[in-house]
Design a binder for this molecule. Sequence first.
Ligand code: GLU
Length: 378
Amino acid sequence: MNGTRTKSGLAQSKRLVVKIGSALLVDEKTGAIRRQWLDALADDVAEIRQAGTEVLLVSSGAIAVGRRHLGLLDGALKLEEKQAAAATGQARLAHAYQETLARHDITAAQVLLTLGDTEERRRHLNARSTLQTLLRFACVPVINENDTVATAEIRFGDNDRLAARVAAMVSADALVLLSDIDGLYTADPRRNPEARFIPEVTEITPEIEAMAGEALPGYSSGGMVTKLAAARVALGAGCRMAIANGRQLHPLKAIREGGPCSWFLPAATPLTARKTWIQGALKPVGKLVVDDGALKALSSGKSLLPAGVVTVEGRFERGDAVIVADAQGREVARGLSAYSAEDARRIKGHKSREIEALLGYRGRDEMIHRDDLVLSRS
Ligand code: GLU
């Protein structure tokens, strides 16, 4: 099994998500953004992009910056105080990223997400294509939770899990969690001198879970426990993940050069993981019967265009899983529909350029994009 695992390291990554923890970015006492550290990080990002890797950042720090600014100094904040702090801090955070990346002529793009945006399939598809479009325009998305609108029930609450969901959503092949934790140890190193560092994990076993479980506050709550939850999401999406201490300047450069961190390695690639998800985990709620031309296009790896769709069955929304069938009703593929059943009925049999006139808005050219499509084994 091990031989088939993706290798650790950043060098082979095509699309990388980096999560930046508040403790690194924000001076705890003053609530100021640590510009020297951030500038060094931006230098790393520029270098990684030069080497051909797309980079998305998930940054915490809005609450830490905003609370000092509002004079909310010590102690726990109420949810609405956190939200007010986030609103204040997020503007400053985005500005800092914009400035530091501009030193390398890189455009920063702020994206605020809630749990629902990564869970609910219609919004998932929207967020995914916005992020992909930003990458196409060579921007660096700077993502955070939309803290001001998220209520207790719909909050991620921690950016480790948000970063893993983002990585899964954009089919990233690597995720790095930068925080003040070195990586995974067999026990809490601050309490147990015998604790051993674990450089590589290929499966999250109960033993691994136990290593994160029993620890001092700070190490466990929002610490290793959420990082393992993130690892589970990342591995499920075919994305390798590193936990690294980002305290020093140029933390990404250090990882690229083989510096210490714990790598979690998946068995699958992001593409096969996404296809497994589409094929197995989603219940199809509709059916698109397609013509012979479309069948041929699909079997040569192309997307399904509206022109090739003959009949639309069932009720579904944009982003729902549907079955693609031949004229005899036999399943030939499954995929995520880019249109609701109602809109699909209106555009079926038509050229993609007619979509806007038929629906009154310019949607996607494809009924099902090839990345969202899996051929069924016959
Ligand atoms: N979204 C929060 C913020 O920006 C941080 C959550 C976390 O640190 O995990 O302040």
